[in-house]
Design a protein around this ligand. Structure first.
Ligand SMILES: Cc1ncc(COP(=O)(O)O)c(C=O)c1O
Length: 400
């Protein structure tokens, strides 16, 4: 093991930048016959691959309807509209901005609620505290692919007559009590962008068991046109093209293997980081499986010896790419902070925003990569005092 971290002049753990994520894709040879067929048929959109992908996704998720759309963001916009939500919607601030931007596009008012510091997910208690007389829905997120407390949130939503929607952008590959997340609420909305386990280049899936909602999404992704050119409501163009559906179909066949290998990488991270004080991976409840769309750890600066930001800079010197998900949290974004009351306190959200960092993970990291990353974290921790002094002096040339 090298003794000195790169930020103090040691050799970097990786000679070239270790990218944060590398998409799992089918081979060109596997795609080629169908690509040829799509191009020669001229059916680039609304063709047979869309239907095939939707049926396969619905079967995988165990839901009645899996409606494919152009992105998770458009799927969320259409789901919020399709459920006729009005007024206030309880939503975590510790999430990606699209959970909230889609609410605002749908004319709704986000009411921010706190998350659990260990799972990073919205808790039923925090959701209930944030309910107002105008609340029409609770939107929760399976952060980093870690299933939220679906049953607990469902009980709160039912008690208050609110709809329950999950932003399941990270959800493909996640299991809640042994079953894929997807059928346990009014809607689960998935992302199929290249950082996810199931990739369609860009795309989303709205999973629901409700016939009316599925129909509203289908019409909504077609401008609100049910075929009569007399708009039923203001829709979008949120269609998924055939080539994306083809990628999605291949991705579904690869998904279980991808999820299994991500979980192996996460297990290795947990074992290797275990003895480093002040680093805590996210808690996944017994009986659930995270997709590990991301492997996030929380840094306790007092015990680790460095802040999250200092660790990130030291890892950058090792050529290890990381992400500070989600800093700043959404209730502090320029576009959304006016929705947060002056006395709003979200202590766990602020703590996670300041202390959480996601390390590279993927099913194709390569043999020994997690070990090299963890060795680098060990070296940085062992030299924490010197690293802190060096970074304070601003003498490192690391650009983050
Ligand atoms: C929690 C969450 N919601 C929504 C989105 C938006 O997904 P898309 O890019 O498919 O619109 C993302 C993107 O990664 C996300 O992380």
């Amino acid at each position: 093991m090298r003794e000195s971290p790169a930020v103090l002049g040691g050799q970097p753990a990786f000679a070239e930048l270790l990218r944060f994520v590398k998409p799992d894709l089918p081979s060109h040879a596997a795609l080629e016959p169908a690509l040829r067929e799509i191009v020669s048929s001229g059916m680039l959109t609304k063709g047979p691959y869309l239907g095939r992908f939707e049926r396969a996704a619905a079967e995988h998720l165990g839901v009645k309807h899996a409606v494919a759309v152009s992105s998770c963001t458009s799927g969320l916009m259409l789901a919020y509209r399709g459920l006729d939500l009005r007024g206030d919607v309880v939503v975590p601030s510790f999430t990606f901005m699209a959970t909230v931007s889609a609410l605002v596009w749908a004319g709704l008012r986000p009411v921010f609620a706190d998350v659990d510091p260990l799972s990073t997910n919205l808790t039923p208690e925090a959701a209930e505290r944030a309910i107002t007389p105008d609340t029409s829905a609770i939107v929760a997120v399976h952060n980093f692919g870690n299933p939220a407390d679906i049953e607990g949130l469902k009980a709160v939503a039912e008690k208050h007559g609110a709809a329950l929607v999950f932003d399941a952008a990270h959800g493909f590959g996640a299991l809640y009590r042994g079953s894929p997340v997807g059928g346990q609420a009014s809607a689960h909305v998935f992302s199929l962008s290249p950082t996810k386990l199931l990739i369609a280049a860009e795309g989303g899936i709205v999973a629901t068991n409700e016939d009316r909602l599925a129909e509203r999404i289908r019409v909504g992704r077609e401008y609100g046109n049910d075929g009569h050119y007399d708009s039923l409501f203001a829709g979008l163009n949120a269609r998924m093209p055939e080539m994306n559906a083809l990628l999605g179909l291949h991705g579904l066949a690869m998904l279980e293997d991808v999820a299994r290998r991500r979980n192996q990488a996460a297990d290795e991270y947990r074992q290797r980081l275990h003895e480093i004080p002040g680093l805590a991976p996210i808690h996944v409840a017994a009986g659930n499986r995270s997709s590990y769309k991301d492997f996030a750890v929380t840094v306790d600066p007092d015990r680790f010896g460095l802040s999250r930001d200092e660790l990130v800079r030291a890892l950058a010197a090792e050529n290890i790419d990381t992400r500070n998900y989600y800093d700043p949290p959404v209730h502090r974004h320029k576009a959304y902070r006016h929705f947060a009351a002056a006395d709003l306190r979200l202590p766990n959200t602020d703590l996670l925003a300041a202390c959480s960092v996601s390390l590279p993970i993927g099913s194709n990291l390569g043999e020994g990569t997690v070990a090299k990353i963890c060795d680098a974290v060990h070296r940085i921790h062992r030299s924490a005092r010197d690293v802190k002094a060096k970074l304070k002096g601003g003498r490192d040339s690391v650009v983050v």
